[in-house]
Design a protein around this ligand. Sequence first.
Ligand SMILES: [Ca+2]
Ligand SMILES: [Ca+2]
Ligand SMILES: [Ca+2]
Ligand SMILES: [Ca+2]
Length: 387
Amino acid sequence: MKNIFKLFAILFLSFLLACSEEPPTNINNESLSKKPVPPGPPAPLVLLENANQIVGCFGSLTVWTYGSGTYAKSWEKSGNYPLAAIGDVDSDGNDELVAVFVYETGNGRNKVTHTVIQIFENGDINPSRTSADFNEGGVNAFTYMRLGDANNAGAVEIMLTHMNFLSVHKDDGSATTILWKSEDLSAVDPFSIDAGDVDNDGQNEIIYAELGGQRFGVYEYLGNNNWGDKVYSETIPCGLDRAFVADVDEDGVNEVVGGGCASKLFVWEQINGNYVISFQSADLGGYTQGVAAGDFDDDGINEIAVGTAFTNDKVYVFKFNGTTYSIVFEESINGSVNDMFAGDSDNDGIDEIVIATDENLFVYDYNGTTYSQTYSSPGGFSHVVVK
Ligand SMILES: [Ca+2]
Ligand SMILES: [Ca+2]
Ligand SMILES: [Ca+2]
Ligand SMILES: [Ca+2]
């Protein structure tokens, strides 16, 4: 009996000792953090020439770079940056980081919101150049940005959606200017934008999602940096948050994939000039705010990743099986999915799924059998792009 008490006493004492080890560690951390640390010079942006990187926004701007088997935050810039992307926007053979920067001047009634595009070159701490202010309508007025060859000139333009219009901007290495602005679209709330050959005529069109209009619009390129002859898709219930161009059924012709508050994945096909719904998923339980098509499993065919928000935070992967699309992966995720991008973020030649939620940035990779989270970075993100 005595031995048992002794054993308990020893266990109890070692428990107390284990607990008592915590406070000194905390004290050490506190005293360390109170030491004055002189601020170092801000780190310059490193844009890799032959590798992709991830850029995400949620207020501040964050770049992640893959190396030595994992991802790391390689650059951060504070400020109100709602949208960003990486690409060779000035066609000099090297990538730039393009960011929408929003700031306010004045007070009270005299407060004015300014919106500019900033271009960061490799090695920059501050932007190499800043566009003229093109603000119209408040801090959160710009809803999406994509880079793409909108005018079929073989280079990359900057495409933006604003709650009231679409715009295309061009950077020539010395200045960033506006090429085109659509008519007033305030009645339909543009919410995402993409460039691609959506009607199989060998030329890229601009397509955009209408949150209020519950459909997407396709602007045909007319030459001389002008877009017109708009065609609309078949509508969906509720509203369309995202609409992107990709071939997802292995026939070499692009479809449009999208989602919104109907909580479904939608696929539209062009049939005789009309964009009709060729597939709609079952209710996925939450707003489908993340939609991205890429060849995640390296079989030469694009899959579709979908992320949901607000009521059922999940990531899904849909795959075309020759007849229709079926769910091949489904998993709960931490936070509402705000945005999603398909890109080769780890430079192994295969696309990953990169996801911005209001809690984290996540990377999902296919391992030959299934999909799994290979990286997560804390902090909410509203917009994410891989290049
Ligand atoms: Ca460049
Ligand atoms: Ca197709
Ligand atoms: Ca595939
Ligand atoms: Ca990859």
